[in-house]
Design a protein around this ligand. Structure first.
Ligand SMILES: [Fe+2]
Length: 289
C-alpha cells in the first residue's frame, strides 16, 4: 500500500516514497499503481533501490507486450531493457517512438548511477501544452498533419522498430494494420516509409487533447515537419520554445529511482551531462487496458 506520496514537479506527477529501507517495489498492487498512474501520468518511485531487472519485473504487472529500440544498447540478460546513455547531449521533447505508429503506452526509466551534474530527465504535460498554445498555432496543428519519412530501410532494421516478422510478406501484413503509414518496397527489398499523424492526440486515460508528438525533436534535427514538406516558421519556433521552457518539469535522479511515464500524454527529454558514469535504463511497453 502507498504510504508516502508527494507532488513531483508543478503538475499532476507524483513521487511515491519507500517508508522503510527494504521495501520491495514488487509488493505494490497493480490496481493501486494503475489508479495513481491514470490520474498523474508520471510517477517517480524513490527509495526502493530498483535495479533494471526489478524494473522489468514490475513493469510486467502492467504490460502485455514490449517494444524494441535499436537506437539504444540492450542489456544482454534482460530482454527489452535498454541503456539510454548513448551520448551525453541534451535531448529535445518527444514521445517515445513518436515518429512511427508503433508507440508504447508507457516508458519506464530506472537510474542506477546519476550524473554528478546534469542528466535530468525532463517531461512536459501535453494537455497543458495544448491548453496554453495560441489559437493560431493550434489551428496550424489542426490543419496540417506531421510527416515522418524514412528511406531505404532494410527489413532487418525495420524489424527492430516494428516487430513485423522475418519475411517481406509478414512485414506487409503487420504494416497494413497501421493507419496513415504508407510504405513502398524497393528493388533491393528495403522499405521506404511515410507516417502521417496529428500533433494533437487523445490521451489514453481521460480522452483529452494533448500536444504529444515527435515534432519538436524533428525540428531540432532539421527534418521537414508537415505533410506538405514545410518546417516551422520563426514565429512558431519562438512560441514553442517559450512554451516548452516555461512548462519544463524534471526528474533529478537518485540511484535506485524508477519512473513510469504515460507516453500518450507526456513528452520527455533530458539535460546534457558530462559524467560518463551516469547509468539510466529503460523499457517501453504496451499496457493492459
Ligand atoms: Fe526517449
Amino acid at each position: 500500500m502507498i504510504e508516502k506520496i508527494e507532488p513531483l514537479g508543478t503538475g499532476t506527477g507524483k513521487i511515491v516514497y519507500s517508508t522503510n529501507d527494504c521495501e520491495d517495489i514488487l509488493h505494490f498492487s497493480q490496481a493501486e499503481i494503475l489508479d495513481l498512474f491514470k490520474s498523474s501520468g508520471v510517477i517517480l518511485f524513490r527509495g526502493f533501490s530498483v535495479t533494471p531487472i526489478q524494473m522489468k519485473a514490475f513493469s510486467e504487472k502492467f504490460s502485455h507486450s514490449y517494444l524494441k529500440d535499436p537506437t539504444k544498447g540492450s542489456l544482454d540478460s534482460v530482454d527489452f531493457v535498454n541503456s539510454v546513455d548513448t551520448g551525453m547531449g541534451a535531448s529535445a521533447a518527444h514521445t517515445e517512438h513518436g515518429s512511427s505508429p508503433y508507440q508504447p503506452d508507457v516508458i519506464w526509466f530506472c537510474c542506477t548511477t546519476p550524473a554528478q551534474e546534469g542528466g535530468e530527465t525532463l517531461f512536459w504535460d501535453g494537455i497543458q501544452l495544448w491548453k496554453e498554445m495560441s489559437k493560431d498555432t493550434k489551428q496550424l496543428f489542426i490543419d496540417k498533419k506531421l510527416k515522418f519519412t524514412f528511406e531505404d530501410v532494410p527489413l532487418n532494421v525495420l524489424n527492430q522498430w516494428v516487430d513485423c516478422g522475418e519475411t517481406i510478406d509478414d512485414c506487409k501484413q503487420v504494416l497494413d494494420q497501421f493507419e496513415n503509414f504508407n510504405y513502398q518496397i524497393n528493388e533491393d527489398s528495403s522499405f521506404s516509409l511515410k507516417y502521417l499523424c496529428s500533433a494533437v492526440v487523445k490521451t489514453k486515460y481521460g480522452n483529452q487533447d494533448a500536444f504529444a508528438n515527435f515534432a519538436w525533436t524533428a525540428h531540432a534535427r532539421g527534418w521537414e515537419i508537415f505533410e506538405d514538406g514545410s518546417k516551422f516558421s520563426e514565429e512558431v519556433v519562438d512560441e514553442l520554445e517559450k512554451l516548452f521552457d516555461k512548462s519544463t518539469q524534471e526528474i533529478s535522479w537518485q540511484a535506485g529511482d524508477l519512473a513510469m511515464i504515460d507516453n500518450s500524454r507526456f513528452m520527455h527529454g533530458r539535460r546534457e551531462f558530462k559524467d560518463n558514469r551516469r547509468q539510466l535504463f529503460t523499457t517501453i511497453a504496451k499496457i493492459f487496458d
